[in-house]
Design a protein around this ligand. Sequence first.
Ligand code: AGP
Length: 372
Amino acid sequence: SAAEKGGYDYFMLKEIAEQPKAVADTLLGRVDASGSLTLDEVRIPPNVLREADKVVIVACGTAFHAGLIAKYAIEHWTRIPCEVELASEFRYRDPILDPQTLVIAISQSGETMDTLMALRHAREQGSRVLAICNTNGSTIPRESDAVLYTHAGPEVAVASTKAFLTQLVACYLVALYLGQVRGTKWGDEIRDVVRELSKIAGEVERVLETMGPVRELARGLAHKNTVLFLGRHVGYPVALEGALKLKELAYMHAEGFAAGELKHGPIALIEEDLPVVVVVPSPRGRSVLHDKIVSNIQEIRARGARTIVIAEEGDEAVVPYADHLVRVPATPTLLQPLVATVPLQVFACELATARGNEVDQPRNLAKSVTVE
Ligand code: AGP
């Protein structure tokens, strides 16, 4: 009913709008006044976390994209090698697992069969499993050694939005917590990032306030057949997520690429007026990457692409090459997906509407996939 949708036309729109609160709720009570993390609920003994020599993340779909981003954070802040694998592929390749492996299973519903079978396989090999889940008391957390709940609230729309942002927050918390428990040379950076995380709800709110032009752009592209998405570093999984949203909602051919891979094949796809969304990393910090992506934008534009550039406020280098420029607030590099994903959600939702598709219930899809 309209009341359930809180005045929005679709649950998806309501859930996109709820993201600032969802993100804040996932942080709530998990950071103390001194900026230290208190994840007492992660009932895996600290010595087990200290002795872990590998992290393996298993998940599907959007949750898998959260896992891809988590890898960058976990490896950077903890120096523990981290693998991310599609849950549906995991157990069939006889993965190397032992009691020193910490497995993280990410799932909004907690009922995804592929993810459940992957975690069962991991536990059979003696690995500890930490679930990151949005649904209290669901099967995946019940069968895990510990759970960190994302407090996104119920997500009704099939296309995952607020669950994704809160999965990211939970992943950052786990990465930072592992760093804290194990001791890391990044102590100061961890404190800074915790501080930045507490500001992120406000930043997401600011992004939401500026989405008018993104909706207008989407309506103008409703007749297109293909949209490509490019990113680097954590922007690469953001590109994959943008493409997935467009497939499931707009039923368009959409593909995400690592921008550095363009020259290894995908650049052949670029033709006159092809919309290409580019997620640009912050010009601060990893500026080498930034420069490289700016030249990628130049290359595709020279071949006729219509460039839709998502870039940090104040990044002037991209301006000459952007046919459409979407600004997001400056954040530490690793946190950028929390703001950069939001315009892509709005873009896909608006395209679905413009194409006359069912936003909350896309064809052929179920909210939780309980078969393998
Ligand atoms: C996301 O928009 C999708 N509907 C889908 O990829 C989903 O993320 C995936 O099926 C995993 O679901 P889960 O998080 O409930 O395990």
